[in-house]
Design a protein around this ligand. Structure first.
Ligand code: FUB
Length: 323
């Protein structure tokens, strides 16, 4: 598959987290809707209210919509804005992690459970203790350990936190200072809590120096994803206001990660968000753009394209505007 393919045409979808469960591809996207709220840097126009789950038996085959898997009305602590979700499996149970603003307009991360990968998912009564910000990505390390990566700037509120605590400043650091880091925490055995305080995911340049806050072409903004290839850990993310999907490589789920390049140049639309998955011996990039909606940034459509590695393990850059 050398040309990207749109996957869903009966609704707008974004932020596709994709996993292989039971030899099928399961897609967990955000469900974009027309909210009528004007665009702003706080992301208020992304006013989503539920999640649908989709599956595919074959990468070129049809896509099944399994219907609503979780609705905001079923999360009693939720206020507004169900953003990017992810799902993990452990011992035959499926855990959906979802960021939503609470009634005080603060993003928290909730967990919902199901016996099936397609849901429906039943939410726990309260958000995860110590959770904040957005874009949870769950990485299964293959040894029983699962890690959550999370965080997102501006509308995702990460700039409001230092050392896992909300603080007054609420801004990105000055341009010459180290940038804010995405976070990682191992999950508890029951998958419902952090087993440890979230730690910084450090991204460094070739000299081992942390990326600077002013380095907008490389610094983390949102959309964490983790995968492994040939024994290396690949942390990938969006640079937000420069609209790039980038990645950094390391030797452990905690990093540090060395910046390694661009996976996808800007797509049509403001946000860019993805997942990277191996399926039947090939690698795929799932992502979104706003071409089908005529460029409306809050009405996105998910796509898939094959991803290729070079011999040295680096990823071949894809062009967002032509794929
Ligand atoms: O879909 C809402 C937000 O837009 C996501 O949480 C971000 O990653 C961006 O794609």
């Amino acid at each position: 598959m050398k040309k990207a393919r749109y996957l869903i045409d009966n609704m707008y979808t974004a932020d596709p987290a994709v996993h292989v469960f039971n030899d099928k591809l399961y897609i967990y996207p955000s469900h974009d809707i027309e909210s009528g709220i004007p665009e702003n840097d706080n992301g208020d126009h992304f006013d989503m209210r539920d999640y649908h789950v989709f599956s595919m038996e074959d990468i070129n085959g049809s896509v099944t919509d399994h219907g609503v898997a979780l609705d905001i009305d079923d999360v009693h602590w939720a206020g507004r804005q169900m953003w990017d979700t992810d799902v993990a499996e452990k011992n035959g149970k499926y855990y959906m992690y979802f960021p939503v603003k609470d009634k005080n307009d603060i993003f928290r991360i909730g967990v919902a459970l199901s016996d099936k990968p397609e849901g429906p998912f039943i939410p726990e009564k309260y958000p995860m203790v110590g959770s904040y910000s957005i874009d949870p990505c769950i990485f299964d390390n293959g040894n029983g350990d699962h890690y959550m990566y999370f965080g997102g700037l501006w509308g995702g509120q990460l700039q409001r936190y230092r050392n896992n605590k909300a603080q007054e400043c609420g801004k990105e650091p000055a341009d010459h200072e180290p940038c804010l880091c995405p976070k990682v925490a191992r999950l508890s055995d029951d998958m419902l809590a952090f087993a440890e305080d979230p730690k910084n995911v450090l991204i460094v340049d070739d000299n081992g120096e942390p990326l600077k806050a002013g380095d907008h072409d490389r610094r983390f903004f949102e959309a964490s994803w983790m995968h492994t290839y040939n024994g290396k850990y690949y942390f990938s993310y969006s640079t937000g206001n420069t609209h790039l999907l980038c990645y950094a490589m390391g030797d452990s789920p905690y990093g540090p990660f060395t910046y390694a390049g661009v996976i996808l140049t800007p797509v049509v639309g403001w946000t860019t968000h993805h997942s990277i998955v191996e399926f039947r011996g090939k690698w795929y990039l799932f992502y979104h753009d706003c071409v089908p909606s005529g460029g409306k940034t809050w009405l996105r459509s998910i796509k898939v394209v094959e991803l290729e590695y070079k011999n040295d393990g680096t990823i071949k850059t894809l062009e967002g505007s032509v794929n």
